[in-house]
Design a protein around this ligand. Structure first.
Ligand code: CIR
Length: 268
């Protein structure tokens, strides 16, 4: 069950200044990004009507601040504040910490120094945590996460060069859905992810998504939020039933390398 949903409004400078791995096919449309984000937040709230919605304060000096996932990781017993790998994103932490503290959320610590960690690299599974080792998340960050999550095991997974985060490539749709993995990274998944991640069959197995955006879903209660290209493998997953699939569209935020999980932190 989700008790808290943390989000943060888009900064006014998001469209012009958010970090992008590559220039992208076109500029970001600011008004459309706002509307998409509002619909995303509404879908999260509808999926967990009894959850408390925490909003970190909008900060128009911080272009990437909508991507709250990177700043805070929910673990058993509380929330760990991260230390983002991109220095420009570190000032985002104060507003997130403020919102969590005001809600009385137990904090498990705050990373710093060499221990960089982006929440986009942290995939929480019921019995373990996978932590991507990426350009944003260091070995020291993994070690700090491991200490905070104990006794939950934390397994390190090298992220392919050029990819932002572990969860740019996969996510867990929860019971009845299992893992979704970006098919263009099938070789990495077979050679790196699967050997590192431990047995996945008990978690519902995995489905390949041709569109990497579609491999990043958010499970909230009995609802799965999804976006991206539809395809037979995903339609088959939806046809299994037992879960409500709600399609949302964060395509403007995807131009700044954000997917669905990036824009919220869900705390049990
Ligand atoms: C960044 O480069 O940090 C942002 N433009 C995108 C962050 C996306 N966050 C995520 O996937 N968790």
């Amino acid at each position: 069950m989700v008790s808290w949903i943390l989000t943060r409004p888009l900064a006014a400078c998001f469209a012009a200044e958010a970090l992008r791995r590559a220039p992208g096919p076109r500029p970001i449309h600011a008004a459309r990004a706002q509307a998409q984000h509002a619909a995303y937040v509404a879908a999260l709230r509808a999926a967990a009507p009894s959850a408390t919605h925490l909003e970190a304060p909008a900060d128009d000096r911080l272009p990437d601040s909508v991507f709250v996932e990177d700043l805070a990781v929910a673990l058993p017993g509380g929330v760990l504040l991260t230390w983002p790998g991109a220095p420009s994103r570190r000032p985002e932490r104060a507003g997130v910490a403020q919102a969590l503290a005001q809600a009385g959320m137990p904090l498990l610590g705050a990373l710093g120094g060499e221990a960089t960690l982006d929440g986009g690299d942290v995939l929480r599974l019921p019995d373990r945590v996978l932590c991507g080792l990426s350009a944003r998340t260091s070995a020291a960050g993994l070690a700090a996460l491991r200490a905070a999550a104990a006794p939950l095991p934390v397994l390190g997974v090298p992220v392919p060069g050029g990819e932002l985060h572990l969860k740019s490539l996969l996510s867990w749709g929860g019971p009845g859905v299992g893992l979704l993995v970006a098919a263009p990274h099938e070789r990495w998944a077979r050679e790196v992810l699967l050997p590192a991640a431990g047995a996945l069959a008990p978690l519902g197995g995995l489905t390949w998504a041709a569109d990497p955006l579609a491999a990043n879903v958010v499970r909230v209660g009995d609802t799965v939020l999804w976006q991206g290209e539809d395809e037979p493998a995903l339609a088959a997953l939806r046809a299994r039933g037992g879960v409500r699939w709600v399609r949302v569209d964060l395509s403007e935020l995807a131009l700044a390398d954000g997917a669905l999980t990036c824009c919220s932190v869900l705390v049990a």
